[in-house]
Design a binder for this molecule. Structure first.
Ligand code: ADE
Length: 423
């Protein structure tokens, strides 16, 4: 199926054979997406629709792109982060699946934005975003495309926050489905996916032992909960830092220590930010850290760790290992920063495992179908994934796992729908 004519900018098309193997391996763990692919291949709901996707270019994303293409879409893909691209997967998408890809692992910011704008040259009807960079580029740099846009989808918490801010400020000019808000997305991808893949990235980059060490998790949203649970399971002592009293209380009752970061800074061995906010780990925290502390980010953007402040404090820096930059401070302490503060799970490892991305990307495919069928009725707002779609993903995933559940008896249905029966 090789298609030499596909326009692209990838690292090395010679990597395609390895990428194809990895795409097929991931596909075996994506049974829900497979079922959707078979159905849309028969029904062709995406015929004539141009989709520009700005997602992490991974083997799991490749299977989503295949699904959209098999359903009739004309798709084009760029990276949603300069460090998350799997170059072999990008090559295979171009060479084996005929999908234009603009993404190279380690690309600089200029190239990242040039790639993003190149996907917009495709004049999409639908944007598929992970972090809202594509929607922002459409609104700010290519507003002439808006009249043709039918809608978009957004994969992640950070992107949904940006989109809601656009909606509130009355600047959002086409409808978006917030895939992140589906239960079958955030309860699994954010919690179990980020929980496992962030530690995977940190361990691949550093080979440190978690058992007996103190892991400080900054932020106790679904991602932070997942990381804290997995770190605890590996034998670490977990400290959670929060600004939200409810989340802090939950962390405490989940059995973690809770304290301000400035106190945790002095005792932590490994710090992981997952707050979605800027400069969470700042100069005062670096100054309090122990010699050998490691700092990593698992939030969407590389703003959570104040890297300029760390550079300012440092008297020397060196690359201690691949993607491990060691800063020596004036007090002699060394602090290691992983992956330049970018998403450690995707830069140091392969992102979330395929079985969890199966549900996230099933929601992406179904939400795109919903958007196309209903765009005429949708306003320029951020919509949640319809509950029936979300529930259908849960049912299909359970089936694929060979798990059956009970159903309500007529007597139980009647009981639940009546208000008269009490004590
Ligand atoms: N986000 C987190 N993990 C991912 C993966 N494996 N593929 C695409 N996006 C992701």
């Amino acid at each position: 199926m090789a298609t030499a004519a596909v326009h692209s900018d990838v690292k090395d098309k010679g990597l395609a054979a390895n990428g194809k193997m990895r795409i097929e391996w991931a596909d075996r763990m994506m049974p829900v997406l497979q079922l959707i692919r078979e159905r849309v291949a028969a029904e062709q709901p995406f015929t004539g629709v141009r989709i520009a996707a700005c997602l992490h270019v991974t083997s799991e994303t490749a299977n989503l792109m295949r699904t959209l293409k098999d359903g009739g879409a004309d798709v084009v893909l760029c990276a949603s982060n300069p460090l998350s691209t799997q170059d072999d997967v990008a090559a295979s998408l171009v060479e084996d699946y005929g999908i234009p890809v603009y993404a190279i692992k380690g690309e600089d910011e200029d190239t990242y934005y040039r790639h993003l704008l190149t996907t917009l040259d495709h004049k999409p009807h639908v944007s598929m975003d992970d972090g809202c960079d594509l929607v922002t580029a459409v609104h700010k740099e290519r507003p002439e495309l808006i009249d043709n846009m039918l809608g978009g989808t957004e994969e992640t918490t950070t992107g949904v926050i940006r989109l809601r801010s656009m909606e509130e400020n009355d600047v959002l000019r086409y409808p978006i489905i917030a895939v992140n808000e589906a239960n079958t997305k955030h309860l699994f991808d954010n919690r179990y996916g980020t929980g496992q893949s962030s530690l995977d990235g940190i361990l691949r980059l550093t080979n440190i032992l978690l058992a007996g060490h103190t892991v400080v998790v900054c932020g106790y949203g679904w991602c932070g909960r997942g990381i804290a649970a997995r770190a605890e399971g590996a034998g670490a002592k977990v400290i959670v830092t929060e600004i939200n009293p409810l989340f802090a209380l939950e962390a405490a009752m989940d059995g973690h220590q809770v304290m301000p970061l400035v106190e945790a800074a002095a005792v932590g061995d490994l710090f992981i930010t997952v707050t979605g906010n800027a400069h969470v780990v700042d100069a005062e925290h670096f100054a309090a850290m122990k010699d050998g502390a490691i700092v990593a980010n698992a939030g969407h953007f590389n703003v959570e760790i104040n890297i300029p402040a760390l550079r300012e404090l440092a008297t020397a820096t060196t690359m201690a290992r691949e993607q491990v930059e060691e800063f020596t401070l004036a007090n002699g302490n060394r602090i290691s920063l992983l992956s330049d503060g970018r998403l450690v799970n995707l830069s140091g490892a392969e992102g979330h495992p395929a079985s969890v991305m199966d549900m996230s990307f099933a929601n992406q495919a179904l939400s795109t179908e919903y958007l196309l069928a209903n765009h005429a009725e949708l306003e320029n707002r951020v919509y949640t994934v319809p509950a029936e779609l979300d529930a259908s993903v849960a049912r299909l995933k359970l089936d694929s796992m060979g798990l059956a559940i009970d159903t309500l008896t007529p007597e139980q249905e009647k009981y639940l729908s009546s208000w008269e029966e009490g004590t």
